[in-house]
Design a protein. Structure first.
Length: 588
């Protein structure tokens, strides 16, 4: 049974290495550079195999006091050739490794931007970042420092053994007797290294996750005096990395001395035994020196195989995690492009939705948003209003049913086309690090003139406070817009939607962060912007949607009423209760 498990594991490793090789090939490294790098490495190895033979000649000539100066010059020439070949091969291999990593990171970055929102709901950001940074670096390390070195090392070992058999087959066989012993040491320790390496990579991903999560919410940490808690959490991850690092060190602490001991034992034996054979006249002093040099050409690559094996296992784990991202389903962009984009009524037909392994959030939702009219969606928290917006934006696809625009199924419309005709202002008002100008023009794929920017700023009541800033629209907003107040961030987000000039406007409580005066001005601006556009508004405060052409009431994921404000007051119990509570509170 044990043998079967080991065989299965080895088969798995072969498949994984094939996957690694395919992944590297897909980055299309420049073949001529790879060929030249390998050729130079082979030249370096070939010259290395010739040098001991010249050493033998020099030693024998010195022993006979008949040194030929041409041999010395040729000897020096070989050293220079080897040094030049080594330098260029190192550079070219590094170039190939950097090329592979660049292409991997470009593909991963593109893939991450195209993964659906559901992926980010289920996976931590730090783990995803770790795949782009740490895992790709591991792949680069294997290519630049180990892969070709291992191949040339094998060639060096085979060549050296072949020459040694010619020089003195008896001493060579004695030397080779240590190989089974070394394999007996390397194989089980290599498997241990594989498990430790995978644990280290997993722990590193967790540590990156903690750093990303805590540093991105540092104000929350400080506001709730959670420094000690997060310090302890970070310490746990660092200590985990420390423990796994010590496990890795213990493996190397056993592996390297044992290999060195075996090699030194062989070396001492060869020197002693070779000295006896020189004294007996069986071989010359030059042959013994050449034999020892060839022995070192075997010892050095063999001693590197332990670290090479560990790096291979690390790269296999990295490949597995990278390919996991490649295997994820992307958002589907390539769809039919509508001939009359943004025209017609937006209709929800029996739309139901549930998050993975969760209870249904929306259940058989039916309603129509008339074109170029304002539709408000109201209801208590948790009724599914924001989820409905996420479905319209196509962050998720309905579990059942569909949305149509002018009778065309929305899922058949090219995703980029669809989102470009939507202006979405959410409650959070997310901003990117950069200037106010960059945030307002974000996602606009054309040059925006100052007049357009200022016009959008005036409509959104941004221009007034921006004009008072030293750098005006070029003022930096800080990470996530932290240098602006909540109301200012909301107004910048509204200006961004205005500049987009969308045919469908979606406002998720867009005036929630504003004071009364700013809210009045923004509401006036929004009234102007909403004119002639299909507009959907989520509102918790009913006072902001009294003038809507249609109000949709939602409760527990279902539509329980539709109509105008006055109609719903008469026909819908929930709406009447909400209106009574809010207007009574307002009067007080």
């Amino acid at each position: 049974m044990t043998l079967k498990n080991d065989t299965d594991r080895n088969d798995s490793d072969k498949v994984t290495f094939r996957a690694f090789w395919e992944m590297v090939k897909n980055t299309k490294p420049p073949k001529w550079i790879v060929f030249l790098a390998v050729l130079l490495s082979l030249i370096e190895t070939g010259v290395g195999l010739v040098i001991p033979l010249f050493t033998q000649t020099v030693v024998d000539q010195l022993a006979d006091a008949a040194l030929d100066t041409s041999v010395i010059f040729l000897f020096i020439g070989l050293f220079v050739m080897q040094a030049v070949a080594t330098g260029f091969s190192i550079y070219l291999l590094t170039y190939v490794g950097e090329h592979v990593v660049r292409e991997l990171r470009i593909k991963l970055w593109k893939r991450m931007l195209r993964l659906p929102v559901a992926y980010y709901d289920a996976n931590r950001t730090g783990e995803t970042i770790s795949r782009i940074t740490n895992d790709t670096n591991i792949v680069k390390g294997l290519i630049t420092r180990h892969l070709v070195t291992a191949v040339t090392g094998v060639i060096s070992i085979v060549g050296a053994v072949a020459i040694l058999l010619v020089l003195d087959w008896q001493m060579t066989l004695v030397m080779l007797s240590v190989v089974p012993v070394m394999l007996f040491i390397i194989i089980p320790l290599g498997r241990k290294m594989y498990r430790v390496s995978k644990s280290i990579q997993k722990e590193m991903a967790s540590f990156t996750t903690v750093l990303t999560q805590v540093l991105s919410e540092i104000r929350l940490v400080k506001a709730y005096s959670a420094e000690e808690r997060e310090t302890a959490s970070g310490n746990d991850r660092v200590n985990g990395l420390f423990r796994f690092g010590l496990k890795e060190a213990r493996v190397f602490a056993v592996l390297n001395p044992l290999i060195s001991l075996a090699m030194m034992g062989v070396l001492v034996f060869i020197i002693g035994y070779g000295g006896v054979r020189v004294a007996a006249g069986a071989i010359s002093a030059g042959q013994l020196v050449a034999f020892i040099l060839y022995l070192f050409m075997i010892i050095v690559p063999v001693s590197r195989f332990a670290s090479f094996f560990a790096e291979v296992q690390k790269a296999m784990g990295a490949t597995e995690r990278i390919n996991t991202l490649y295997d994820m389903d992307e958002e589907q962009y390539d769809r039919e492009r509508p001939s009359e984009s943004g025209r017609g009524d937006l209709t929800a037909r029996d739309v139901s939705f549930r998050y993975e392994k969760g209870e249904p959030v929306l259940k058989g939702v039916n309603f129509t948003v008339p074109a170029k009219r304002v539709t408000a969606i109201v209801g208590p928290s948790g009724s599914g209003k924001t989820t409905l917006f996420s479905l319209i934006e196509r962050f998720y696809e309905p579990s059942e049913g569909e949305f149509t625009l002018g009778g065309i199924p929305v899922r058949s419309i090219h995703l980029r086309d669809w989102r470009q005709q939507i202006g979405y202002v959410s409650q959070e008002s997310p901003l990117m690090a950069g200037s106010i100008r960059e945030n307002i023009t974000y996602g606009v794929n054309r040059e925006v003139k100052d007049e357009e920017l200022e016009s959008a700023g005036r409509l959104a009541n941004v221009h007034e406070f921006v004009s008072e800033l030293p750098d005006a629209y070029d003022t930096e907003v800080g990470e996530r817009g932290i240098k602006l107040s909540g109301g200012q961030r909301q107004r910048v987000a509204i200006a961004r939607a205005i500049l987009r000039n969308p045919s469908i406007l979606m406002l998720d409580e867009a005036t929630s962060s504003l004071d009364s005066e700013s809210e009045r001005k923004i509401q006036e601006a929004l009234d102007n912007v909403m004119e002639g556009r299909t507009t959907i508004v989520i509102a918790h405060r009913l006072a902001t949607v009294l003038g809507a052409d249609q109000i949709v009431v939602m409760e527990k994921g279902r539509v329980t009423g539709m109509g105008t404000h006055s109609e719903l007051l008469e026909t819908n119990t929930l709406y009447r209760r909400l209106a009574t509570q809010q207007f009574a509170a307002g009067n007080e």
